[in-house]
Write a protein that binds this ligand. Structure first.
Ligand code: S3P
Length: 208
């Protein structure tokens, strides 16, 4: 069984309101996106597509949205315009997604690290951190060519380790942390969906 390691929502994040406020806040919760955050290689895009297929909700893959809007691969964008430009476009795309009907949102590895993005995601989404050990990330990304942050590094494992050390404290601010190691995708997907449904007041799979 996928392990849910920590759960933030309903504790410090949620306040107790009057019945009217509570019903307004349940309606707001049902409008929240299911958001996947975590390091590159942790499976956000794959799991996002899986969850969208199973739930019938729309999929928003932030990298793909940026790529389509900019008519460029993410690698080419980094190369031609630099990381700061990419981060700006990523934040713009995120704002656009958050105004769309709720769906499954796979973010890029750096999205949740930017404080304005993080605050928006915590407010408009139910955020799941897909926690993966560095060895698993390194194995999955060994041959990847589409990751500009790894393009020119000699030791990928070392680079991932450093990035993870910097980013982990931010990822841990997600509402729920789920360990992905040794879990089948189905198990992981079912577990995340159930957890999302409980928090968003949904009844279950939208279409099966
Ligand atoms: C990045 C991760 C990538 C992409 C970009 C930057 C990062 O997304 O957004 O290359 O900063 O970790 P994935 O996590 O989907 O690989």
């Amino acid at each position: 069984m996928a392990r849910i390691l920590s759960e933030g929502i309903g504790s410090s994040q949620e306040r107790i309101g009057t019945p009217q406020e509570e019903s307004r806040s349940s309606a707001a919760l049902a409008q929240r996106h299911l958001v996947l955050v975590g390091m590159m290689g942790c499976g956000k895009s794959f799991l996002g597509r899986w969850l969208a297929r199973r739930s019938g909700l729309p999929i928003y893959d932030l990298d793909r949205i940026v790529s389509r809007r900019e008519q460029s691969s993410i690698s080419a964008l980094f190369e031609k315009k630099g990381e700061a430009y990419f981060r700006q476009k990523e934040s713009e795309a995120l704002r656009w997604v958050l105004a769309e009907p709720p769906g499954i949102l796979s973010t890029g590895g750096g999205t949740f690290v930017v404080s304005e993005n993080r605050l928006l995601l915590l407010e408009h989404g139910i955020v799941f951190y897909l926690e993966a050990p560095v060895d698993l990330l390194a194995a999955r990304l060994r041959k990847s060519r589409g990751r500009p942050l790894l393009a020119s590094v000699v030791d990928r494992r070392q680079a991932l380790q450093e990035l993870l050390r910097e980013r982990e404290p931010f990822y841990r601010l997600a509402h729920v942390t789920v360990s992905v190691a040794e879990r089948s995708r189905e198990e992981l997907g079912e577990r995340i969906w159930r957890s999302y449904c409980e928090r968003a007041g949904r009844t279950g799979w939208e279409s099966r």
